[in-house]
Design a protein around this ligand. Sequence first.
Ligand SMILES: C[S@@+](CC[C@H](N)C(=O)[O-])C[C@H]1O[C@@H](n2cnc3c(N)ncnc32)[C@H](O)[C@@H]1O
Length: 197
Amino acid sequence: MSKWFPKLYDTLMNPLEERAFRAIRKNLIEKARGHVLEIGSGTGFNFPFYQQAEQVVAIEPEPLMRQQSIQRAAEAHVPIEVLAAGAEKLPFRDDSFDTVVGTLVLCTIPDPLLTLKEIRRVCKPQGQVLFFEHVRLDHAVLGRLQDWLTPVWKRLCDNCHLNRQTLELIRQSGLKVVSVEKHLKDIFLVIEAVNSK
Ligand SMILES: C[S@@+](CC[C@H](N)C(=O)[O-])C[C@H]1O[C@@H](n2cnc3c(N)ncnc32)[C@H](O)[C@@H]1O
């Protein structure tokens, strides 16, 4: 990972957080219930919005971001434990969680399909899976622009792919998508799914 990315993440994100993301995160994260897993929690932007979760386990592989997550966890309304782990090999038993959360993370994780398989494994049958992700646009010009920008963008921004077809990957994984909400010219999607297994 570029060293500057974890240091500047909050500063770079703050304008978008204030303009739109905070409200989107709040609406989504408030739905998380029971025993919750959050993958790639970054600096813990979601943590203030957990309300009805009994307990949250967050995994974050990047040490500096994990440190910031740990600080935000201390101020949360619910107990949050932050662990060092990667989402492609989750250190949890099958059927451990009622809810799994991922925000702005499937764009970055090297193997999103393996991650989704792991999410399905550790999430209970009929458990809820909540995502807030950006995706490749289904638009002839803009979609190609995202393809064109991605090689440079992912080098600058910690492997973030602008052109991942994340909704299709989620469907492909076997999760049952129950709702899709579009934001900011359809680039950002809030996706709610059920672990039908
Ligand atoms: C763009 S940041 C998003 C952080 C946070 N989820 C948010 O909504 O602000 C992407 C995050 O994915 C994490 N990440 C990268 N590879 C990962 C992996 N293999 N497993 C889990 N998280 C990963 C990064 O360390 C980073 O925290």
